[in-house]
Write a protein that binds this ligand. Structure first.
Ligand SMILES: *[C@@H]1O[C@H](CO)[C@@H](O)[C@H](O)[C@H]1NC(C)=O
Ligand SMILES: *[C@@H]1O[C@H](CO)[C@@H](O)[C@H](O)[C@H]1NC(C)=O
Ligand SMILES: *[C@@H]1O[C@H](CO)[C@@H](O)[C@H](O)[C@H]1NC(C)=O
Ligand SMILES: *[C@@H]1O[C@H](CO)[C@@H](O)[C@H](O)[C@H]1NC(C)=O
Length: 386
C-alpha cells in the first residue's frame, strides 16, 4: 500500500467513527467536576463545560443530567460559539439559599449566543421567597441571542422576572412552565423587549405579575395555546415612561386566563411618545378575570401622576372571539388620552359576563375610536363622533 492509500483509508475510518457519533459531542457538566449535590456551587464546572462546548464547531450538546440538583451562583454564558449549541437541561438547578447579589442581575444569563437551544425536563428554582421585597434579580436572561429555542423546562420562584428576552430575534419558547405564588411581587413570567419575531406557544404561566410582558422596541410577538393565571395577564407595556415607544405586530391567540387581574392589556404612561400598533387578540377564554380587555393610557401604579398632554399612540387593535367571565363589573376598559386618542379598535364576537352577579358587566370607554361587528357584550359606545 502506498502512503497516500494508507492515509486515505485512515481518513475514511476517522470519518466513519465521526459519523457514528452523529458529529455531535456531548459535554456533561458532571465530567467537568460538577458536584451535583445541590449544596456545592457548580458555577465553575458549568462555565468550564460551556467553554469546551462553545468552542466545538460541530453542534455540541452541553448536558445537565437528570435526577440531580446543581447549585449555581450567578453565571453568564457568553457567546458567540463556534456553532449552534444545545443545552440539554434534564437536571434541576437551584439558586443559592441566600442573597447572592446586591446589583441588578440574572442568575443565569446568555449573552450573544446565536443558534442556542435550551431543552429538557429540568427545573430552575430561583428560591426567590427571601427576595420578594427587593427587585431586579431575574432567573434566566437572554440578550443578543438570535435563533433561540427554549423548550419544556420549568422555571420556579424567581426573585423577580423569570425569563427575559432582550435584543433577541427569531425566538421560540415552547412548552415552558413557570410557577411562583400569586402574591410574589414583580415575578413576571416572560418579558420580551427590544426583540423581533418571538413565538411563545403551549406555555403555562402562574405567577404574581404579568404572565407575558411585551416592552418597547419589539416587533412580531405571538403568544398562543398558553394558559395564564394566577397573575396580571398578558401585557403590552407599560410604554412611554422613559423611551419613545415602538411596538408592533402582537398576536395573542387561543389562550386561557384563569383568575388573573387583566386578560389582555395595553398600558402606557401619560405624556409618552411613540406608537403601539397592530394587535390581534383572538380566541381567548377568560374565567374570573378582573378586567379581561384593557387599554390604559393613564397607567400609574402608584396613583400619584399629574395630568400630562401627549401619549403613546395606540392603534389597530382587534379583539375577536373572546368569551368568559369577569370578577369585576367593568369587563372592558378602553381608556385613551384626550390629546392622543386610540384609533382602529375593533371588537367582534365578544361575550363577557360578570361572574356570580345577575347584573350585566359593563364597559368604560374614553377617547377610543373603532367599530364592532356581531355580538359584543358588554356593549361598546365608541367616541367616534365626539
Ligand atoms: C429588529 O428589526 C429592526 C428592523 O425592523 C432592526 O432595526 C433591529 O435591529 C432588530 N432587532 C433585533 C434584536 O434583531
Ligand atoms: C414573525 O415571527 C415568526 C416567529 O418567529 C416568524 O415565523 C414570522 O416569519 C415572522 N413574521 C414576519 C412578518 O416577520
Ligand atoms: C386555536 O387552536 C385550534 C386547535 O388547537 C386551531 O385549530 C386554531 O387554528 C387555533 N386558532 C388560533 C387563532 O390560533
Ligand atoms: C374556558 O375555560 C374554562 C376554565 O378553564 C373551561 O371550563 C371552559 O370549558 C373553557 N371554555 C371554552 C369555550 O374553551
Amino acid at each position: 500500500m502506498t502512503a497516500v492509500k494508507r492515509a486515505f483509508i485512515l481518513l475514511l475510518i476517522a470519518l466513519a467513527i465521526r459519523s457514528a457519533q452523529g458529529h455531535q459531542q456531548i459535554y456533561s457538566v458532571v465530567d467537568f467536576h460538577a458536584a451535583a449535590d445541590g449544596k456545592t456551587d457548580d458555577a465553575q464546572a458549568f462555565l468550564a463545560t460551556w467553554q469546551a462546548a462553545c468552542s466545538d464547531p460541530s453542534r455540541p450538546v452541553m448536558l445537565v443530567p437528570g435526577r440531580r440538583t446543581f447549585l449555581l451562583s450567578q453565571v453568564t454564558f457568553q457567546g458567540p460559539c463556534k456553532s449552534p449549541i444545545t443545552i440539554r437541561l434534564d437536571g434541576n438547578i437551584v439558586a443559592p439559599n441566600g442573597i447572592w447579589t446586591t446589583k441588578p442581575a440574572d442568575l443565569l444569563a446568555f449573552h450573544a449566543v446565536n443558534g442556542l437551544t435550551v431543552d429538557g425536563n429540568g427545573e430552575i428554582d430561583g428560591r426567590g421567597a427571601i427576595w420578594w421585597d427587593c427587585y431586579n434579580k431575574r432567573l434566566l436572561g437572554f440578550s443578543l441571542c438570535n435563533d433561540l429555542t427554549v423548550r419544556r423546562i420549568h422555571l420556579k420562584d424567581s426573585a423577580e422576572k423569570h425569563m427575559t428576552l432582550f435584543q433577541c430575534s427569531q425566538v421560540i419558547v415552547d412548552s415552558v412552565s413557570i410557577t411562583s405564588p400569586a402574591d410574589s411581587p414583580n415575578t413576571d413570567g416572560i418579558t420580551v423587549a427590544w426583540s423581533n419575531n418571538t413565538y411563545i406557544s403551549s406555555c403555562s404561566i402562574q405567577t404574581g405579575d404579568d404572565c407575558v410582558s411585551i416592552l418597547s422596541y419589539t416587533k412580531n410577538v405571538t403568544v398562543t395555546q398558553s394558559t395564564c393565571g394566577p397573575g396580571h395577564g398578558i401585557s403590552v407595556g407599560s410604554l412611554g415612561r422613559f423611551e419613545t415607544a415602538k411596538v408592533e405586530q402582537v398576536t395573542v391567540s387561543n389562550c386561557t386566563f384563569v383568575g388573573t387581574m387583566t386578560g389582555v392589556r395595553i398600558k402606557s404612561w401619560q405624556g409618552g411618545k411613540g406608537y403601539a400598533k397592530g394587535f390581534l387578540f383572538e380566541s381567548l377564554n377568560m374565567t374570573d378575570v378582573q378586567n379581561p380587555i384593557v387599554i390604559d393610557q393613564f397607567y400609574c401604579p402608584q396613583r400619584n401622576c399629574h395630568t400630562e398632554p401627549g401619549g403613546v399612540a395606540i392603534s389597530d387593535a382587534k379583539f375577536i372571539d373572546i368569551q368568559g367571565t369577569s370578577s369585576e363589573q367593568e369587563a372592558i376598559q378602553l381608556m385613551c388620552s384626550q390629546s392622543v386618542h386610540c384609533h382602529g379598535i375593533y371588537l367582534s364576537n365578544v361575550k363577557l359576563t360578570w361572574a356570580k352577579h345577575t347584573a350585566p358587566a359593563n364597559a368604560a370607554i374614553l377617547n377610543a375610536h373603532g367599530t364592532t361587528e356581531g355580538l359584543v357584550v358588554p356593549g361598546i359606545q365608541f367616541s367616534n363622533n365626539l
